[in-house]
Write a new protein. Structure first.
Length: 59
């Protein structure tokens, strides 16, 4: 969503393999929100998150 990569296959291959297997599990998929829903949710709250991050930087 923001273009930031937190983890990648080169640095944490086992974790990435586990994460991909987890989110692609049929039972787990039933519980996860769609990407579009998540983008809408976090986009609507982006400024609040940014303000909180700025506030913690200048303490």
């Amino acid at each position: 969503m923001t273009g930031v990569t937190l983890v990648n296959d080169e640095e944490l291959p086992a974790f990435c393999e586990w994460a991909n297997g987890y989110v692609n599990d049929e039972t787990v998929k039933q519980c996860l929100r769609s990407r579009d829903d998540l983008v809408a949710y976090f986009s609507a709250r982006k400024e609040m998150y940014m303000a909180r991050a700025r506030a913690t930087l200048y303490k």
